[in-house]
Design a protein around this ligand. Structure first.
Ligand code: ADP
Ligand code: MG
Length: 259
């Protein structure tokens, strides 16, 4: 398989494949800069917009995604919300937009919400919260992946709020979530913090909702129970809280790495 094909297939750690992809259009120096910036951004699993099959997600407006790739939202310090059930390509699109931003010379930082919150909690314990907040506020684009898969640790909502407040109107963000905004009180374990977060995160915001089925499960549709396979709306009633705690749903394990 060629490097580009590997990359488009979404093959794990495909930074070396970037050499081939970028060599076509860029000088060696540019390629080196972009590779370094992707490492700095923690964008190690590379996904591209050209590797995204829009025909698989007809609810998603391709034109809207390509317009986002022009990065006006980064210039305007806006927030892009990518919402949808597991496997519908939220992380893929968030990473692909991050790669576009890196190529355009913007500073980017990618992390899951759980990683961000635990790094803030650690910094708080060590008395370095201010520095950590400043670090996370520095990138022109912060990508926060996987809001809603795991319940946020106690106090985590408050720490994330401090970060959002620090970045508010000063930097752009892309957030991905499998949960509707109405459920953020549950996700952050605190309705007051959730309301304050949403107040900032919906002010200058673009909401892209994907209402399709999982790309991960496309070849196994016949093995998957109907309630998982069906195009469950994002605000569908959730199982009782005790069942949502702990591990993410089992259906993700097929492709855990790239999620
Ligand atoms: P989510 O973050 O919504 O759970 P991901 O973006 O991680 O889903 O997608 C799961 C896997 O399927 C990834 O490997 C991703 O690259 C791939 N994928 C998802 N949607 C598409 C698509 N429409 N075209 C190509 N690959 C896709
Ligand atoms: Mg994901």
């Amino acid at each position: 398989m060629t490097a580009v094909a590997r990359l488009e297939k979404g093959d794990g750690n495909a930074l070396d494949a970037l050499d081939h992809l970028l060599a076509e259009e860029l000088s060696i120096r540019e390629t080196r800069r972009i590779k370094a910036a992707l490492m700095m951004a923690r964008l190690t699993t590379i996904k591209t917009l050209s590797g995204f099959d829009f025909t698989f997600q007809p609810s998603l407006d391709k034109g809207r995604v390509l317009a986002l790739a022009e990065l006006g939202f980064v210039e305007r310090n806006e927030v892009v919300h990518l919402l949808g059930p597991p496997g519908t390509g939220k992380s893929h699109l968030a990473i692909a937009l991050g790669v576009e931003a890196v190529k355009a010379g913007q500073s980017v930082y990618f992390a899951t919400l759980a990683d961000i919150v635990s790094s803030l909690a650690k910094a708080e314990r060590e008395g370095t919260l201010r520095e950590r907040l400043r670090f996370l506020a520095r990138a022109s684009l912060l990508i926060v992946d996987e809001i809603g898969y795991l319940p946020v640790i106690p106090g985590g909502g408050n720490l994330f709020f401090q970060l959002v407040n620090t970045r508010y109107e000063r930097g752009a963000m892309i957030l991905t979530s499998n949960r509707g905004f109405a459920e953020w009180g549950d996700v952050f374990g605190d309705p007051v913090v959730a309301t304050a977060l949403l107040d900032r995160l919906l002010h200058h915001a673009v909401v892209v909702q994907i209402e399709g089925s999982s790309y991960r499960l496309r070849q196994h549709a016949d093995l998957v129970p109907e309630h998982v396979r069906s195009k469950a709306p994002i605000n569908a009633p959730q199982p009782p809280p005790e069942k949502r705690r702990g591990r993410p749903p089992k259906t993700r394990s097929a492709d855990q790495q790239s999620g």
